[in-house]
Write a protein that binds this ligand. Structure first.
Ligand code: SAM
Length: 282
C-alpha cells in the first residue's frame, strides 16, 4: 500500500535513515496525498504503461505509480537515497531503480528497449526543469505524455500564448512538441522542506506530428531563441544580432512584409505558426 504521502510516515523514514536533504539536487519531497492523487489521475496511468519517474526521492510517488503501471523506471542521482528506495519499494516487483543523472542517460534507448512510448511522471528538481523537458523533446524520445510538478512560473510560461508577459522561447518549444495544460496549483506546504516558490502540475500530451510544419526544425528554434534573447528589441534587430548566420535586418523585414506584419513587430507578437513561416522564408 502506498503510504509515504502521509507526513508522519515520510518523517519516520527520513529519521530512520538520518537523511540529510541536498539543496543542490532540488530535494523537496511531497507530503500531501491529495496532490499525489491529482498527479497520478492527470497522468492517466494504466497497466499498459511503462512510466519513467525522474527523481523518486524516497519513493513516495513511485509507490503510487507502481500500483497502477505495468512497469516503473525510477532514475535518482543521489546515491544516499538508493538504500532508502530499496526499502520503501521492496514490495513492488515492477520497479527498476537506476542511480544516475537523468541528463546523462540514454532515455531514447530505454524507450526503444521497452518497445513502446514512455509516460514521464515526476516532481522535478527545479534547477534543471527546462533541460530535462527540452532534452526529452529534442532527442525525440518516444513519449506519450509528460506529467510533472514544476515551478508555477515555469508552468505558466509553458502554457502562455502570444501577447502575454509569460510568452517566450519555452512556450513555443513546448507547444511545438506537445499540448500543455496546468492541472493543479500546489502551495509550498505540500513539501518537506518547503520550497520558496509556488508549484504547479502540468501535463503535456505529445503530438504525433507537430501542429505546424517547419522545413528545418533547428533553424526554427534558432530563430525563436534569437527573437526572445533581446525582448525589448524589434524582431528584425534581435535576429540580426543573433547567432544564426546570414539573417540581416533587411531580409527579416522583407519576410515580415510578405507575411503582412509590420517591420517593427516584436517576437512576442508572433504565433508558433508565424515563427514557422518566418523561419522558412529566411
Ligand atoms: N519524487 C520525490 C517526491 O515527490 O517526493 C522527490 C522529488 S524532489 C523535488 C527531486 C528529486 O530529483 C530528488 O530526489 C533529487 O535527488 C532528484 N534529482 C535531482 N537532480 C537529478 C538528476 N540530475 N537526475 C536524477 N535525479 C535527480
Amino acid at each position: 500500500m502506498a503510504d509515504l504521502g502521509i507526513p508522519r510516515n515520510t518523517i519516520e523514514v527520513l529519521q530512520k535513515h538520518q537523511f540529510n536533504f541536498q539543496k543542490k539536487y532540488g530535494q523537496n519531497f511531497l507530503i500531501d496525498t491529495r496532490v499525489l492523487d491529482r498527479i497520478i489521475g492527470a497522468a492517466r496511468i494504466t497497466e499498459e504503461d511503462c512510466v519513467l519517474e525522474i527523481g523518486p526521492g524516497i519513493g513516495t510517488m513511485t509507490q503510487y505509480l507502481a500500483e497502477r503501471a505495468g512497469e516503473v523506471v525510477a532514475v535518482e542521482i543521489d546515491r544516499n537515497l538508493i538504500p532508502i528506495l530499496e526499502e520503501t519499494l521492496s514490495a513492488y516487483g515492477n520497479v527498476t531503480l537506476i542511480n544516475q543523472d537523468i541528463l546523462k542517460m540514454d532515455v531514447k534507448g530505454l524507450a526503444e528497449e521497452r518497445g513502446k512510448p514512455l509516460k514521464v511522471v515526476a516532481n522535478l528538481p527545479y534547477y534543471i526543469t527546462t533541460p530535462i523537458i527540452m532534452g526529452l523533446f529534442e532527442d525525440h524520445v518516444p513519449l506519450k505524455s509528460i506529467t510533472v510538478m514544476v515551478q508555477k512560473e515555469v508552468a505558466e510560461r509553458m502554457q502562455a500564448g502570444p501577447g502575454s508577459k509569460d510568452y517566450g522561447a519555452l512556450s513555443l518549444a513546448v507547444q511545438y512538441y506537445a499540448r500543455p495544460e496546468i492541472v493543479a496549483n500546489v502551495p509550498p506546504n505540500c513539501f518537506i522542506p518547503r520550497p520558496n516558490v509556488g508549484s504547479a502540475v502540468v501535463r503535456m500530451d505529445r503530438y504525433e506530428t507537430p501542429p505546424v510544419h517547419a522545413e528545418d526544425e533547428r533553424k526554427l528554434f534558432a530563430v525563436i531563441r534569437a527573437a526572445f534573447n533581446q525582448r525589448r528589441k524589434t524582431l528584425a534587430n534581435s535576429l540580426a544580432n543573433g547567432q544564426e548566420p546570414g539573417i540581416s535586418k533587411e531580409r527579416t523585414c522583407q519576410a515580415l512584409e510578405r507575411m503582412g506584419l509590420p517591420a517593427a513587430v516584436r517576437g512576442e507578437a508572433l504565433s508558433l505558426e508565424q515563427f514557422a513561416e518566418l523561419s522558412s522564408l529566411l
